[in-house]
Design a protein around this ligand. Structure first.
Ligand code: ADP
Ligand code: MG
Length: 652
């Protein structure tokens, strides 16, 4: 599988293709790789422009190519309708998901259909968040190719731990649109831990907190790492809290404290100037204690504004306190809290102004963590560092560049996947869904794709026919709704089920996927304790390309698949109903009138006719009618049999 690339610049062969790691951030994005010689992860800084690419896309009004990154950022306030930022917030979301937040954005989010994924309108063109994210990824890819002087075709991309399946899928699709094969989607906190070297030794067991305060989002995750497997014990945060809010409070403070002209609130250019100055002050105060600058108003007049670190701390304290509340929650959810003893050393009042002298009444008990890692540009703010360290009762680790740490970790993960680190256990998830065949040839997922391994899952089934003594368990892999379009891994027959009416046997099917990627499938009939099991190696003979292809097929066919599934489900239900009605008539013929028998047969015929077609609605309609028709006499017959049963009982 290893590819040989020629380095055009040096004319030498490169043994390994470079797989990059990408942090696709809400505010900023970066691409990194592991240097083949030093074996160290490095953020790619192409042409000395710095490693950070602001996640902003600007579409010039003249229709020329979109600008991406720093150049695009310049248009945020002056041409907001054509300048898209924070697109990550929209990724994999429907308009319904966004509700109130959509109108806070400067650009136009289209509400075409609340079920579908959101679209953004720029002029006469519509863009999906996937396309816009792909634009950012293309830029990162181009920078990597330019700096490394080699084609870059594969990547690992990070996402927040709280991203759901559709957001992860959207990220994958964006990568594909940018011409990248996305080998893996990795959680940002996992990447951060990897960058700090945590999880590389399969024998170590660690619990760490990752505190990530970016431009517009905040999250904190507690991870447990054992045998190279990263488990997210808990995650909390606020998707509308970050460094931008710090800039905003500084700008508001200046507006009132220095009585800035009203134009600073209304004129986009002045707003932009104020916002940038506020951000500059914030960053400066991460290193120094006093900041001074000049703003230029609409008449060209200079206005001096100042800010001390103490003032800044006062302004942002409420924001920082909100992040600490989320940390407390995460610690408790992870089961690391020590209720009633004052979890964490930090309480709201510790950060409160003045009076540091009142002693704590309870000795603080801190969550037992091996490390607290700081991620995101805003963790450079000293108050943030202090508050986080105080809360967790240990100095937070910020030895790596907080802007780069996620991308560096992604690069390490990419390097592991490239097979360059044989000492490291591959941190694995199952790339495709594993499940069994149910009625009508549908796939019933048991272990969804992207589940971390080892993992186990199970579900209960029953028989569909009276007296059924065998149950065929067909095991499949893939994302399509019908088993015929997925990959068959094997099948076995659970035999020896005692004869019972349909629906009475209880069959547990359990899947156990171990760390070596071997799947054990076990079926047990609970009433009789009959059991049967097989072992399968799902990944055997399957290349990465085939996996990707299967994923792609499932996307391309998603709509048809859903329609087919609904039709099959209706058919199966109709067949079940016909079976039941037939049974009922056979057993209770003496209790039914001639008209009832004829009407039932006529309606059953209608169901069969509908079944011959390919439409769902006629099937459902004819079933409903059959149900309505038979219900009254089914009830009557039921009463007769109850009476008979009662009559037969001897009362002593
Ligand atoms: P995201 O992960 O959301 O894309 P980042 O981690 O890149 O965001 O963080 C961006 C934020 O970090 C911005 O609000 C920026 O102003 C802030 N930031 C960057 N450097 C500093 C600094 N030295 N001091 C304070 N904040 C900073
Ligand atoms: Mg980030």
């Amino acid at each position: 599988m290893a590819t040989v690339a020629i380095n055009i610049a040096t004319g030498t062969f490169q043994q390994e293709e470079i797989i990059v790691g990408i942090d696709l951030g809400t505010t900023n994005s970066l691409v990194a790789y592991v240097h083949p010689d030093s074996r160290q992860p490095v953020a790619i800084n192409d042409q000395g422009r710095g490693s950070i690419v602001p996640s902003v896309v600007h579409f010039p009004a003249d229709g020329s190519d979109p600008l991406i990154g720093t150049e695009a950022r310049e248009y945020l306030l002056t041409d907001p309708q054509r300048t898209i930022y924070s697109v990550k917030r929209l990724l994999g979301k429907s308009y319904g998901d966004l509700n109130a937040h959509a109108d806070q954005l400067g650009y136009k989010v289209i509400d075409d259909n609340s079920e579908g994924l959101v679209k953004i309108r720029v002029g006469d063109r519509f863009y999906s968040p996937i396309e816009l994210s792909a634009d950012i990824l293309k830029e990162l890819r181009a920078r990597a190719e330019h700096a490394l002087k080699t084609p870059v075709n594969r990547a690992v991309i990070t996402v927040p731990a709280y991203f759901n399946d559709s957001q992860r899928q959207a990220t994958r699709d964006a990568g594909r649109l940018a011409g990248l094969e996305v080998l893996r989607i990795v959680n940002e906190p996992t990447a951060a831990a990897l960058a700090y070297g945590i999880g590389l030794d399969p024998d170590e067991e660690k619990t760490v907190a990752v505190y990530d305060l970016g431009g517009g989002t905040f999250d904190v995750s507690i991870l447990r790492i054992q045998q190279g497997i990263f488990e997210v014990l808990s995650t909390h945060g606020d998707t509308y809290l970050g460094g931008d809010d710090m800039d905003r409070v500084v700008a508001e403070h200046w507006t009132s404290a220095f009585q800035l002209p009203a134009a600073f609130r209304s004129d986009p250019h002045l707003q932009q100037q104020l916002r940038l100055a506020a951000e500059m002050a914030k960053k400066y105060l991460s290193q120094h204690t006093d900041f001074t600058t000049h703003l230029t108003d609409q008449t060209g007049q200079n206005i001096t504004v100042t800010l001390t670190r103490a003032q800044f701390n006062d302004l942002i304290r409420p924001l920082v306190e909100r992040t600490i509340a989320a940390c407390r929650q995460a610690v408790q959810d992870a089961g690391l809290g020590n209720e009633g003893k004052g979890v964490g050393g930090f309480k709201g009042e510790d950060l409160a102004k003045g009076n540091p002298s009142h002693p704590p009444t309870l000795s603080p008990s801190y969550p037992k963590l091996d490390a607290v890692l700081l991620v995101g540009g805003s963790t450079r703010v000293p108050l943030v560092y202090d508050a986080v360290s105080a809360f967790f009762g240990q100095p937070a680790n910020n030895s790596l560049n907080p802007d780069e740490v996620v991308a560096l970790g992604a690069a390490i993960q990419a390097d592991i996947l490239a097979g360059n680190r044989r000492d490291v256990l591959l941190l694995d998830v199952t790339p495709l869904t594993l499940g069994i065949e149910t009625l009508g040839g549908l796939l019933d997922p048991i272990i969804p794709r992207n589940s971390k391994i080892p993992t186990k899952a199970g579900r209960q089934y029953t028989t569909s026919v009276d007296g059924q003594v065998n149950l065929k368990i067909g095991v499949y892999q893939g994302e399509r709704d019908q088993v015929s379009q997925n990959r068959k891994l094997g099948e076995f027959i659970l035999s020896g089920i005692p004869a019972m009416p349909a629906g009475l046997p209880k069959v547990d099917v359990n899947f156990l996927l171990n760390a070596d990627g071997i799947l054990q499938v076990e079926a047990i009939e609970l009433r009789s304790n009959t059991r049967q099991q097989v072992e399968i190696k799902p990944q055997y003979g399957l290349t990465d390309d085939q996996v990707e292809q299967m994923l792609m097929d499932s996307l391309v066919n998603a709509k048809d698949d859903v329609a087919a599934r609904l039709l099959i489900e209706a058919r199966t239900a109709a067949e079940q109903l016909l079976y039941q009605v037939n049974n009922f008539v056979r057993k209770n013929r003496p209790h039914l009138t001639e008209e009832e028998l004829t009407a039932t047969e006529a309606q059953a015929e209608k169901v069969r006719a509908a079944l011959a077609g390919t439409e769902r609605d006629p099937i459902l309609k004819s079933m409903d009618e059959l149900d309505e028709l038979t219900r009254p006499y089914a009830e009557r017959v039921m009463n007769i049999s109850i009476q008979q049963a009662m009559a037969g009982k001897k009362i002593s």
